[in-house]
Design a protein. Structure first.
Length: 356
């Protein structure tokens, strides 16, 4: 079992309670943090507002202030340090633009990137108080809770993929009025992991949801072995509920929720794209509960297999004909993992016919 990207999923596997707290949005303060950074001309100089020494115990570090973040780090890798602030701000821009224009965060967010796990454990204990113990079971990576991310270095590429994943949770916790269901919250977070370095110095992220070899390799494995989770289960449960029943539950779940977001964006000629984007927009504005009820009444209700929060939302915004949608989803995965698809995925391109 490959472990390179496994830390990216552990934030939601601590306890079912923490899934609802850490991986879902909530209300925040009424005043929004304003950027003032032009999207078309963003640069490192315009991103870093200030930089000053910061220490944690005996470790010397840095506090970097950007338009939307305060970034505390004891990171020792020069490459990671230099790319950290621009990557975080560019990730936020991606979150807001990926689904057609979402609100900015309602307050400045805090991200802690520690050089190693022992520092992270001490920090988690200090900042999380009574909530720290279950979080400390995370072996690699970190978590986001209450709009604050506590992370530690897991290698250059994987650290930035982790930042992008947990950054989505930070963002929804800070900007969204209502929570997304776990399959959507975690699925979108996994699509945010995909990126390549571009530019003359190969230091600018080019975000591409398909550029995620770890999720792709796992998806291809479960497709080949016949271990795909049934669609009603996938959209109705949280990942923590699968731990005792599914082999490699975390990897299977996250590969499939990654695929389901890609399916809703690209599958069936984009048939489900508007529903996905409406769902995300309604969660941000605080209308997802009202709209779910209204849409389900219009559709004649939800089948028994969907009668949990995540399933209700899926039925409302995607559809209640589960047999048809599951056939389409499996066909999409088959095409995405079929012969010749790997070359496109490893280049960050969609392997689906008709997609660029």
């Amino acid at each position: 079992m490959r472990l390179a990207r496994q830390p990216l999923v552990l934030c939601a596997l601590v306890l079912p309670l923490l899934v609802s707290l850490a991986a879902c949005g909530g209300n925040g303060p009424s005043e929004r943090a304003e950027s003032g950074v032009a999207r078309s001309s963003i640069s490192t100089a315009s991103i870093v507002l200030s930089e000053e020494p910061w220490s944690f115990g005996t470790s010397n570090g840095t506090l970097v202030t950007t338009p939307h973040y305060r970034v505390f780090t004891t990171e020792r890798n020069a490459t990671t340090r230099s790319r950290l602030a621009p990557f975080i701000e560019l990730s936020l821009m991606r979150y807001q633009e990926a689904f057609g224009g979402l609100p900015g965060p309602e307050r400045q967010m805090e991200t802690f990137l520690m050089a190693n796990r022992p520092e992270w454990v001490r920090l988690t204990g200090q900042l999380m108080g009574r909530r720290a113990q279950p979080l400390m079971s995370i072996r690699r990576g970190g978590f986001a809770l209450d709009g604050r991310a506590l992370l530690f270095d897991v290698g250059v590429h994987d650290t930035f993929a982790l930042i992008a994943h947990e950054g989505w949770h930070q963002y929804t916790q800070t900007a969204f009025r209502e929570r997304l269901p776990p399959w959507a919250e975690e699925g979108i977070a996994t699509t945010m992991e995909g990126f390549r370095w571009i530019g003359p110095s190969l230091d600018r992220p080019d975000f591409r949801p398909w550029a995620n070899r770890e999720r792709y390799d796992q998806l291809r494995r479960v497709m080949k072995s016949g271990e795909l989770l049934p669609l009603p289960m996938l959209v109705s449960v949280s990942p923590g509920e699968l731990l005792d029943d599914v082999k490699d539950a975390a990897l299977v779940y996250y590969a499939q929720v990654w695929a389901i977001i890609l399916f809703l964006e690209e599958g069936e000629g984009g048939r489900y794209r508007d529903g996905l984007r409406a769902m995300v927009s309604d969660a941000a504005s605080g209308r997802i509960a009202i709209e779910t009820r209204a849409r389900l009444i219009e559709r004649g209700g939800a089948p028994q297999a969907l009668r949990r929060y995540g399933g209700y939302v899926f039925g409302a915004y995607v559809g209640t004909d589960l047999e048809r949608i599951e056939r389409e989803f499996r066909a999409f995965i088959g095409e995405a993992t079929g012969p010749g698809s790997a070359q496109a995925v490893f280049a960050g391109r969609s392997p689906i016919a008709g997609q660029s």
